[in-house]
Design a protein around this ligand. Structure first.
Ligand SMILES: *Cc1c(COP(=O)(O)O)cnc(C)c1O
Length: 433
């Protein structure tokens, strides 16, 4: 009988290099294998789903060392796998691959987009602080900041997503005069108006207004709508990019998940809080997201091309007042300037403003056949919804008006179907309007 030497368990090496022949590899290439060594899993080409709640230590000293990493006594996090609330192989591979899209040091994955946002904010705010945010925000995020975190004596001030430098500066100075500003929270493009935030300008103003302050506010930016393919906020001055992985990254409308991407130091308090409260995603969802990441660029590029063709059709349609689409920003406008600096593509989520009111918008929605009537976005299938009556129903009328969420606005998320069929569906549905 020959002695069988079992490979050492745990992910101790990065088998795939980030370079080939001195040239950096593209994220779309690295999604198929980076961060996973088949030799550690019986030669399986693809990472197995590691359904286990806990991990066996080789020695007591190992266990002690790993825990030192978990509780922060040792920099760099845990050196090995410990317990399902802290980490797992599927989650770690997913985190390594996600970070590549923004060229960032680290990513952390969460059970949902909202648990990522909640964990990130709670890790940084203290009673008496002010959160400064761009507006509008995803409705649950607004509620989180106002009604949930607000309960702990944390206030907020906002500026309009499309605000220029002066307005951003005035808001930050006013906030600074009121209390400690711990977080500047952005969402770009904003939901559902698609306005872009000048992340670069926010970072420059932050550095100016808080020069000499020990703990400068952390800039977080929700990148769900264009990330990870068309925008990387951490390359433009944001400290942390936040994601609902439920949308384009998951991409098949069959899971919920979230992520924070950024530098190790800025993510450290968020990781510590995730370890404590357990907002990490599960192994099965992580595995699904690994599969999704292999096609995220293909899907997002196809959806983007589809959306562009469809928007061109809609723009010229006599029953359409306007199309709120990032690909149609006026050359020379401030928004176009931000787009050219920050975005590599217009994505596939946009607004269609029909001529008329709620009745006309509803008729369009009720007559679409291929395009399903549902909230959410970023899936392989196209969806349409009515923000004023659905996702933003609880927003007071005055605020809706201020944010441009009108009764004749239809929100559309385009998928990867054949574009001729999508145009045909909108054409026939508009005939019924
Ligand atoms: C969907 C969404 C979220 C919340 O994500 P969940 O995965 O549903 O928790 C946050 N921000 C934006 C912009 C979203 O579209």
């Amino acid at each position: 009988m020959t002695d069988t030497v079992l490979p050492k368990r745990g992910r101790t090496m990065k088998p795939q290099s980030l370079e080939l022949a001195g040239r950096p590899l593209h994220p779309s290439t690295l999604m198929m294998g980076y961060g996973y060594d088949p030799a550690l899993s019986e030669g399986a080409l693809k990472p197995p789903i590691f359904l286990t709640s806990t991990y066996v230590f080789e020695s007591a000293a190992d266990g002690k060392r790993f825990f030192e990493g978990i509780i922060g006594l040792r920099p760099g996090g845990a050196e090995g796998l410990v317990y399902g609330r802290f980490n797992g192989p599927d989650q770690e591979i997913l985190e390594d691959r996600l970070a590549l899209w923004e060229g960032a040091e680290e990513a952390l994955v969460f059970s949902t987009g909202m648990s990522a946002i909640t964990t990130a904010l709670l890790a940084y705010v203290r009673p008496g602080d002010i959160i400064v945010h761009s507006a509008p925000l995803y409705a649950a995020t607004e509620k989180l900041i106002d009604a949930v975190i607000g309960k702990f004596s944390v206030g907020w001030m906002d500026f309009h997503a499309s605000a220029g430098r002066e307005k951003i500066e005035a808001t930050l100075r006013a906030a600074r005069a009121k209390g400690r500003v711990s977080v500047i929270y952005l969402e770009s493009p904003a939901n559902p108006t698609n306005e872009l935030v000048d992340i670069e300008a926010v970072a420059a103003v932050r550095d100016e207004v808080f020069a000499g302050v020990d703990e400068k506010p952390v800039i977080m930016c929700d990148n769900t709508f264009l990330g990870p393919v068309f925008q990387a906020p951490t390359r433009h001055g944001a400290d942390i990019s936040l994601y609902s992985l439920t949308k384009y990254v998951g991409g098949h409308s069959d899971l919920v998940g979230g992520a924070c991407i950024g530098g190790k130091a800025v993510l450290a308090p968020i990781l510590a809080l995730r370890n404590t409260i357990g907002t990490i995603t599960d192994p099965h969802t992580s595995w699904m997201l690994l599969r999704s990441l292999e096609t995220v660029q293909l899907r997002m590029e196809r959806a983007e091309a589809n959306a562009r063709t469809l928007c061109e059709f809609l723009r010229d349609h006599p029953k359409i007042e306007r199309v709120g689409y990032l690909g149609f920003l006026e050359p020379g406008s401030a928004q176009r300037g931000i787009y050219d600096r920050h975005c590599a593509g217009a994505g596939s989520t946009f607004s269609v403003i029909v001529k008329g009111g709620e009745a006309e918008a509803f008729r369009l929605l009720d007559n679409l056949t291929l395009v399903k009537l549902a909230v959410s976005l970023g899936g392989t299938e196209s969806l349409a919804s009515h923000p004023a009556a659905m996702t933003h129903l609880s927003v007071p009328a005055a605020r809706k008006a201020e944010l441009g969420i009108s009764d004749n606005l239809v929100r559309v998320s385009i998928g990867v179907e054949h574009v001729d069929d999508l145009v045909a569906d909108f054409r026939q549905a508009l005939e019924a309007v």
